[in-house]
Ligand binder design. Structure first.
Ligand code: 5AD
Ligand code: SF4
Ligand code: FES
Length: 341
């Protein structure tokens, strides 16, 4: 636990790869990570059906289209019944896991979320939550209600950059909550954005170090996509190559982790998700949100699948997985080292 993995210990080499993601050596690392992924977690890709149930957010993250100061967003909240029904459709489509995601929306009390979890568990689904920062007692309540996983990216491991990007929030608080989730025996997902204004290779190295120190079961890595209605709207975005080298280094750091090929990557490049799946990733998160609400959940612009229904995304994703010689997982896709209480 105390010893950094080799890829991170060889810090100068890692920094060179991060700084030059199109180099021949970066390509070799990506092949190496793909090979390691095949050995540790195999060919199966785990699908998680994503339900974006509220786009209200009390936070004001500088990069995000759902930030509270963006008045151009038409805000919606799905009812508990709608959320449960959507999860049921996910189960019918063959998903084993649903991800309940929202902005940080205090309108859903801890008890209401717990009740939704209990209902969704009735479909035999694994429940992943992605609701941001809440009280530890709520995390405990939801774990007891049956939720097995929690996603909350640390976004950036640099405390100064973190503070600039997240007014009123702190990296320390984020890490404290991630540790609390670990203590509650959730499978915990952290992760970060690649290509943020002000980010350096050293910061990205520390992003990997933090994911490793937390022994995150899941690591979500996606490119920054400038959203025009945010303060960072005119900044350059992250690239596929930058993102893929980070995915590869994450796989080499955490050989058994669940690593998604993110929707953000699929949104900046038609084959971005396939590229990540061939750089160490082994999870895809197709959208299950009712089409009616999808266009209003634009954390970044040009998000894919806004017009496609849940069944279409399910089919599209299966085709993409098969096109690169991989399979759709048949099991719930828990982290292999996680022990259910
Ligand atoms: N570009 C890329 N990723 C973004 N996120 C939010 N806004 C953006 C953006 N403009 C990511 C954050 C958050 C996740 C749900 O979406 O990392 O954790
Ligand atoms: Fe809210 Fe999440 Fe967007 Fe930040 S990234 S503004 S917490 S929805
Ligand atoms: Fe939604 Fe391809 S994943 S259409």
């Amino acid at each position: 636990m105390n010893d950094l993995p080799t890829v991170l210990r060889e810090r100068d080499q890692a920094l060179r790869l991060i700084a030059d993601p199109c180099s021949e050596s970066a390509q070799q690392i990506i092949s190496g990570a793909d090979h390691l992924r095949a050995q540790t977690v195999g060919p199966a890709v785990h699908l998680r059906g994503l339900i974006e149930f509220s786009n209200y957010c009390r936070n004001n993250c500088l990069y995000c289209g759902l930030r509270r100061d963006n008045q151009q967003v038409s805000r919606y909240r799905m009812t508990a019944a709608e959320i449960i029904e959507t999860a049921g459709e996910g189960a019918k489509l063959g998903y084993k896991t649903v991800v309940l995601q929202s902005g940080e929306d205090p309108a859903y009390s801890g008890e209401v979320i717990a009740e939704i979890i209990r209902e969704v568990k009735q479909f035999g689904l694994v429940v992943t939550l992605s609701l941001g920062e809440r009280e530890p007692w709520e995390y405990e309540l939801w774990r007891a209600a049956g939720a097995e996983r929690y996603l909350m990216r640390h976004e950036t491991a640099d405390p100064v950059l973190y503070q600039k990007l997240h007014p009123g929030q702190s990296l320390l608080q984020r890490i404290t909550l991630l540790k609390a989730l670990k203590e509650l025996n959730y499978q915990v997902g952290t992760g970060f954005i690649v290509g943020l204004p002000g980010q350096t290779p050293d910061i990205l190295w520390r992003d990997l170090e933090l994911a490793w120190k937390l022994q995150a079961e899941m690591v979500g890595i996606g490119p920054f996509i400038p959203h025009p209605e945010t303060p960072l709207g005119k900044e350059p975005g992250g690239t596929v190559d930058q993102t893929c080298i980070m995915v590869a280094l994450a796989r080499l750091s955490l050989p058994y982790a669940l690593i998604p090929a993110t929707t953000a990557l699929g949104s900046i490049d038609r084959f971005g998700r396939e590229a990540a799946l061939q750089a160490g990733a082994n999870v895809l998160m197709p959208n299950l949100t009712p089409t009616f609400y999808r266009a209003d959940y634009q954390i970044y612009p040009n998000k894919i699948c806004l017009g496609e229904g849940a069944a279409e995304c399910r089919g599209c994703i299966t085709g993409r997985i098969h096109s690169i010689g991989r399979t759709v997982a048949a099991d719930p896709g828990h982290h292999p080292l996680w022990d259910q209480d």
